[in-house]
Design a binder for this molecule. Structure first.
Ligand SMILES: [Zn+2]
Length: 283
């Protein structure tokens, strides 16, 4: 394992960087054997109560699991530090953020012009096909990493904190049909919305807007088919829930905007409602 890890780093040019990265990220690999040895000495000293306290304190089990299955960054595959979740700080720094929340009439908002009245719209970051950041969406949607949606939602919410997005009344994720929810086990947009709602301490509503018709997946459809595929498939359970409110609709990826428009059409049937949109990514 040591050779494997070292091999990953030796290709890098800067020697100082090699040592810095290697020793800062791999401290656990050196510390664990020391801790196990320490524990052994405590046990042979027959002070078992102290040994148990010691085990609890150093979370030996978690560290052991991390040693066998090290957690890696979803985007670059590098090993994660103890404080990093799903994505390393380096990738987070290089995330191609749009900052559209600071630009009224941005290209996301323009996608809805002439279709549905949207107050503001934004996307957290852009991705290109095959880019490491596409992996974030792939893991979120298909690899069961739902908690990553919440983590990214919190980062997104932090960026939007001082914008008008943070003044909405309720946060609503684009729903999945109940059959799809059963199959996948979770709604990725709901987890993103959960992170945003938690950061802003705002209500999250995952019940009022629902997918009444199960439509085939959008991913393999052309532009025109995507619009046809989602028309009229969303409905509102209780119209009074959104009356007079500013709703923030959350989705994972914005492509043509057809799904958002279909949701907006249903939401805007409520009285005196206004709608903004925030998606995690845009293609
Ligand atoms: Zn990374």
């Amino acid at each position: 394992m040591f050779n494997k890890l070292w091999g990953k780093y030796k290709g890098k040019k800067n020697t100082m960087q090699i040592f810095y990265d290697f020793f800062s990220k791999k401290t656990a690999f050196f510390m664990l054997p020391c801790k196990i040895l320490h524990l052994f000495f405590i046990f042979i000293s027959k002070n078992h109560t102290f040994a148990i306290l010691y085990i609890n304190n150093m979370q030996i089990f978690t560290e052991f699991i991390n040693l066998i299955y090290p957690k890696t960054c979803v985007a670059c595959n590098d090993l994660l530090n103890k404080d990093e979740k799903f994505i390393c700080l380096k990738c987070l720094y290089h995330l191609p953020k749009t900052n559209f929340h600071t630009q009224p009439d941005n290209v996301v908002e323009q996608r809805f012009w002439g279709k549905v009245p949207i107050v503001r719209a934004t996307a957290f970051f852009r991705f290109q096909k095959g880019s490491p950041f596409q992996q974030l969406l792939h893991h979120l949607k298909y690899k069961g990493e739902k908690e990553m949606g919440q983590v990214l939602g919190e980062y997104f919410a932090t960026d939007l904190m001082s914008s008008c997005f943070a003044t909405v009344d309720v946060i609503v994720p684009v729903p999945l049909h109940r059959n799809k929810l059963k199959k996948r086990g979770y709604n990725q947009s709901e987890w993103i919305a959960k992170g945003i709602a938690a950061k802003w301490q705002k209500p999250l509503d995952c019940d009022t807007l629902f997918r009444a018709i199960e439509n085939p997946t959008q991913t393999k459809k052309g532009i025109f088919e995507r619009w046809e595929n989602v028309e009229g498939i969303f409905e509102i359970k209780n119209r009074e829930a959104f009356n007079g409110k500013h709703v923030l609709l959350i989705d994972d990826v914005l492509t043509t905007g057809a799904t958002i428009v279909a949701c907006a059409t249903a939401i805007l049937k409520c009285e005196n409602v206004s709608l903004s949109v925030a998606t995690l990514a845009m293609a």
